[in-house]
Design a binder for this molecule. Structure first.
Ligand SMILES: NC(=O)c1ccc[n+]([C@@H]2O[C@H](COP(=O)([O-])OP(=O)(O)OC[C@H]3O[C@@H](n4cnc5c(N)ncnc54)[C@H](O)[C@@H]3O)[C@@H](O)[C@H]2O)c1
Length: 317
């Protein structure tokens, strides 16, 4: 199958490209390298340096005629979306619409759209949260993801374009970058390895920090493989169903690094504290029953194993 992956030079997208090429698919990558890196690009994939908002996207689709589009390209920072909701919507909604228009015009059969389980549900009362929970996003980023899901419904209804939505939990693992506000695993790891203090964001009533559902990127990539021919017109949570407080995560990372980096300064063991930022959810954890039943997907790694694997990659860099 020929698959066009937008955002295929990014952290998760590039791992998905590796899984697709590894399974023998022909892969085309579209990325403007806004946060993605050339070094992440799989040499077996054809790369186009292009913005998803560009007028050239239609021509590219006409030329490549992909069977399936896997849409990972996005402005993916929650705090950045609060600061500049116009830019967030421009990339995440207008850019996605540009891709959808190109896809339906050239006869693409399916779109796999990457949404966010945390950001779309908001601070859900149902916990772990299932896919039927009514979206209550608390950030412009969550709103653009929820809206994009609705566009898919329209494109299917109007043009018969098939789709699967994957609503990710907090993804971590090899290639995640520590530069930015998102990606707490990469940020903690990078700072501790460089003997710099960390900051733990929290709400006043929960000093252990927010809870998140952490899922390893290679498990997430496997869900993208399964979604190629399963999950028609469905939305699926991709997480672990296990909630971890930020303080717990920090301790696990600190201990994992301490086992390898002998001279880690002991004062780094206590992170600085700061108030949660606008848009930060208090808690997020996903019910993954539907992905198990309908996609045949289950996460393979627990957090400890996943952190070890990530640290091994980080120390080899
Ligand atoms: N990281 C997570 O925990 C997480 C959780 C839920 C959902 N997601 C979603 O997964 C997807 C990938 O996220 P990631 O963590 O790999 O981030 P990332 O920033 O590494 O990947 C995004 C990629 O999109 C590219 N891109 C951005 N704007 C573009 C544009 N206008 N045109 C073309 N390419 C553009 C970037 O260069 C980058 O390669 C995003 O849609 C994100 O919203 C991520």
């Amino acid at each position: 199958m020929k698959i066009l992956v937008t955002g295929g030079a990014g952290f998760i997208g590039s791992n998905v490209v590796d899984a697709y090429t590894g399974a023998g698919h022909e892969v085309v990558v579209v990325d403007n390298l806004y946060s993605g890196k050339r070094e992440n690009l799989n040499p077996k994939a054809r790369f186009y340096l292009m913005d998803i908002r560009s007028g050239e996207v239609g021509k590219l689709f006409e030329h490549e005629r992909p069977d399936c589009v896997n849409h990972h390209a996005a402005q993916m920072s929650v705090p950045a979306s609060v600061q500049d909701p116009v830019f967030d919507a421009d990339v995440n909604v207008r850019g996605f619409l540009n891709v959808l228009e190109a896809a339906r015009r050239c006869g693409t059969k399916k779109v796999i759209f990457i949404s966010s389980g945390g950001a779309v549900y908001g601070d859900a009362r149902e916990y772990p949260t299932g896919e039927t929970y009514s979206p209550q996003p608390l950030s412009p980023y969550g709103i653009t993801k929820a809206v994009s899901e609705q566009y898919l419904f329209f494109y299917n209804h109007q043009y018969g374009l098939d789709y699967t939505v994957l609503r990710y939990a907090n993804v971590y693992g090899p290639r995640q970058i520590p530069h930015g506000e998102a990606g707490v695993v990469a940020i903690f790891m990078d700072r501790l390895i460089n003997a710099k203090p960390c900051t733990l964001y929290h709400y006043a009533d929960e000093p252990r920090g927010m809870t998140r559902d952490y899922c390893l990127v290679e498990d997430v990539a496997r869900a993208n493989l399964l979604a190629l021919d399963k999950g028609s017109r469905g939305a699926y949570n991709i997480g672990t169903g296990v909630a971890t407080h930020t303080a717990e995560l920090f301790d696990s990372i600190y201990e994992a690094i301490k086992r390898r980096v002998k001279d880690l300064p002991p004062e780094l063991k206590t992170p600085a504290r700061a108030q949660a930022r606008p848009g930060d959810l208090k808690r997020s954890c996903l019910n993954i029953g539907r992905a198990k039943e309908e996609l045949g997907w289950l996460p393979g790694a627990n957090l400890r194993e996943g952190l070890e694997l990530t640290l091994k990659w980080r120390l080899k860099k």
